[in-house]
Write a protein that binds this ligand. Structure first.
Ligand code: NAI
Length: 242
């Protein structure tokens, strides 16, 4: 399989990339500015690209051409995301700045990438879209992270809409809704509340490893369950079950 993974340098995206390479996949991985791990750069099946998803011009100039190459990726994994807080009591300008940045990185850029991928896949033999959403899409978040929850809810609805209309083009689309996953993004909460507190409502006594998300993505990308299109896969240590 040939995949594009956004946010491949660390966290969940790094685990996804590791799993895909282990399954003999080829990966184009993106990161904003951080270096890619040596295990990727030394692998000839990996191509790294630096692109800031908060910059619409960079998204267009660096990522659109990927779907215009002679061979384009057959799997798109929209993984990169930001989780930034702003209080409802902040002034409108700061609050909207947070809202707009979050929507640009978490929803607008992934939607545009999906559009470019779908239009290419329609002309060929289909493809797989895997969007990394969040539990926040289902249970909301605290008010400071309302933009994050809204962006992830939008991502789930986008995925379902694509699933409904592109199945006949052999395109399947899935969402994954992780709970707390042990990455830099969750570190602030882990440092503030401690792992014991965060695992209180979970079926396990440790926070989920990003490697589990990587394995799930590799399975979905293998094309074994196309008829699960539109589904959301909840991976949250049993903290809620739907
Ligand atoms: P992380 O903060 O460890 O990594 C985020 C990745 O996104 C990095 O590779 C970073 O380079 C990339 N990124 C962030 N802003 C970017 C920008 N402006 N341009 C380009 N790339 C950018 O986060 P983590 O935990 O690996 O998150 C991955 C995805 O999983 C995100 O979409 C996140 O919302 C989602 N998620 C994570 C959870 C967690 O507990 N860690 C829970 C639920 C969802």
């Amino acid at each position: 399989m040939y995949a594009l993974v956004t946010g491949a340098s660390r966290g969940i995206g790094k685990s996804i990339t590791k799993s895909l390479l282990k399954e003999d996949g080829r990966v184009i991985g993106t990161a904003r500015s951080s270096e890619f791990p040596a295990e990727f750069t030394e692998n000839e099946d990996f191509e790294g690209l630096h692109v800031d998803l908060s910059d619409p011009i960079a998204v267009e100039t660096k990522l659109k051409p990927i779907f215009q190459r002679d061979e384009a990726p057959k799997v798109l994994i929209n993984n990169a995301g930001i989780f930034r807080d702003v209080d409802f009591e902040e002034d409108d300008e700061s609050w909207l700045q947070n809202w707009d940045n979050t929507m640009q990185v978490n929803l607008r850029a992934p939607a545009l990438l999906s559009k470019w991928a779908l239009n290419r896949w329609k002309k060929e033999e289909g493809g797989y879209l895997i969007n990394i959403a969040s539990r926040a899409a289902y249970r909301g978040d605290t008010q400071e992270y309302a933009s994050y929850a809204a962006s992830k809810g939008g991502m789930v609805a986008l995925t379902k809409s694509i699933a409904r209309d592109f199945g006949k083009d052999d395109i399947s689309a899935y969402s994954i809704a992780p709970g707390f996953i042990k990455t830099d993004m969750a570190m602030d909460s882990i440092e503030i509340y401690g792992e014991d507190y965060l695992t209180e409502g979970m079926a396990f006594d440790e926070i989920t490893s990003p490697d589990e998300v990587g394995e799930l993505v590799a399975f979905l990308a293998s094309g074994k369950v196309p008829h699960m299109t539109g589904a959301t896969f909840h991976i949250n240590g049993g903290s809620y079950m739907i």
